[in-house]
Ligand binder design. Structure first.
Ligand code: NAD
Ligand code: AKB
Length: 331
């Protein structure tokens, strides 16, 4: 398991978000609850299952202190403002996305921490990038503040690896679909919202229009990719900016048809909003051959398999009965 099994702990910043909820769970199962410290700017959840720190990723000293005090060997920094929310306050999105990354890069550079995971996104691509099978290296002219921050972040990751030897690893996640955590203000959020509405017996109004095909991935695949990238020997990691990663691609009407196959009464209508323009600037599919070749990436879930599992999991834990996701987004 490489350095992941050494003494010390793992620090997950932004742990209460959509990815953090699943990642902390998976890391605790793998390495032990006491070895994984969840941290977020929000207070500890009522039913936490391991160590928790309230931490502002913009506070560099606090990040360094947490690493020293808890003998952290690996940081996963997930704190960010996503694409749709970012367009509502570009200055804030730039500040949080860039400063939290710089603080983690500097923390790993100047402390005993040995490794950093920082997620990028398909949002690094823009309207001038090839739309289908978008290559690992190609034209990248993102036109959202989120995409610009992710592209700049990738450059900084590579810079810190080349210049200071910081062992930073990254994935360009597609839109992620999960049953444990709820999405936090992205353009692909509809692909999670739709399940909650369908299970509550409500019609769903999709904010993207018919034909908007985007790269997506089921969260168990994203977690598997993340842990396998982080456990891979450094010699296999040939890319220190960020790896393209692909699971599936679909348009709203395709996921709707899969859900309707299992819940025949479910109905969906379309009312595109400002997120349509963001979605239109992103690829429809991704070439992830570098991740497959370098560290053996292989997805497990197709669209039909993901839909069956999402509905089963949400039914089992009753999560679809939670308040509407729109409430979270408007905070
Ligand atoms: P999210 O919005 O659900 O979670 C982000 C978490 O960061 C939240 O819990 C928030 O409270 C926390 N946070 C915000 N500011 C903070 C600060 N200053 N200090 C500490 N914590 C802070 O986001 P997510 O979907 O879990 O995404 C995590 C990362 O993965 C982000 O970098 C995002 O850009 C990237 N990503 C996500 C997706 C996706 O589909 N979810 C796709 C591509 C990339
Ligand atoms: C978003 O829609 O902003 C995210 C992403 C693809 O980065 N899900």
């Amino acid at each position: 398991m490489d350095n992941q099994s050494s003494t010390g702990t793992i620090l997950v910043i932004g742990a209460l978000g959509q990815i953090g909820s699943d990642l902390v769970h998976a890391l605790r199962l793998r390495y032990g609850s006491d070895k994984v410290i969840a941290a977020d700017i929000r207070p500890a959840p009522a039913h936490g299952s391991g160590p928790y720190l309230m931490l502002d990723a913009l506070d560099r000293e606090a990040q360094m202190e947490a690493v020293r005090q808890h003998k952290v060997h690996t940081i996963y920094n997930l704190a960010a403002i996503l694409s749709a929310k970012g367009e509502q306050d570009p200055q804030m999105a730039w500040k949080i996305n860039m400063e939290s990354l710089m603080n983690s890069l500097e923390t790993v550079r100047h402390t005993e921490a040995q490794r950093l995971f920082w997620p990028s996104s398909i949002a690094v691509f823009g309207p001038t990038s090839p739309k289908e099978n978008t290559p690992q290296r190609t034209v990248m002219e993102p036109n959202t503040v989120y995409g610009i921050s992710k592209q700049a972040g990738e450059r900084w990751c590579e810079y810190y690896f080349e210049k200071y030897g910081v062992d930073v690893r990254s994935i360009r996640y597609p839109g992620l679909i999960s049953y444990r955590g709820k999405p936090g203000g992205g353009t692909t959020d509809y692909a999670v919202d739709i399940f909650h509405h369908a299970l509550r017996g409500e019609a769903y109004r999709c904010f993207l229009q018919v034909g908007t095909r985007l790269p997506m991935m089921y969260m168990p695949d994203a977690i598997k990719a993340t842990i396998s990238l982080m456990e891979a020997p450094g010699t296999l990691i040939k890319n220190r900016s960020s790896y393209n990663l692909s699971g599936m691609s679909f348009a709203p009407e395709e996921i709707y048809a899969e859900i309707k196959r299992l819940l025949p009464d479910f109905e969906m209508t379309y009312l595109p909003d400002f997120r349509q323009k963001i979605a239109d600037s992103w690829p429809g599919s991704i070439d992830d051959s570098a991740a497959r070749e370098d560290w053996g990436w292989q997805e497990s879930y197709s669209l039909p398999e993901m839909v069956v599992d999402m509905l089963d999991q949400l039914k089992q834990n009753g999560a679809y009965l939670a308040p509407a996701l729109e409430e979270k987004r408007s905070r």
